[in-house]
Every structure is written in C-alpha cells, then in structure tokens.
Design a protein. Sequence first.
Length: 94
Amino acid sequence: MMQTDVKAAYTESDAALLTARVRVKGMYVVVNSAGTDPVILYDNASAASGNVLLKVGANAVGGNSVVIPGEGILALDGVYCDTGSAAQVTVFYG
C-alpha cells in the first residue's frame, strides 16, 4: 500500500488550488445558504475548464464532508476549484 502525506488547500472563491499532479483525497464544503450551483473541481491548474474531476452539490446548509474512496482522484494537471454556491471549500490531496 502506498503511503503519502495528506495536505490541504482552502479557498472562499473560484481559484487555482494546485498546480502540479496530485490525487484529491477528499473535500470539506461549507454552505451558508443553499444554492443550486455545485462545487466543481477541474483537472486544470489555471482555469475552470478541461476535464471535470468531481462535482458536488452545495444545497445542504452547514459543513459537508466528501469522502473519496481508494487512492483518490488523479489530477494530472493540477486542480482548479469552482466554488459554486459554497462559501468555503477545503480540498485534501496527496
């Protein structure tokens, strides 16, 4: 079994979170008022375009944990986060 250190990246708005190849291990999403725009993670180090890695609804007010099974989701080109209706997003990666 491969062991990697898990790190975190945080944002309160759309942002390029990671600029290198990583595995997304999980997410914590805070929603202050429910909306219909999901949080979207793109396999892209600079823009909200390219392959979608993960799309998570932001319609439950409060803190929401997203658990990703196995070794996580591989992002070859970094991770761009479109926060959608979420107020805060923390992405766990390794």
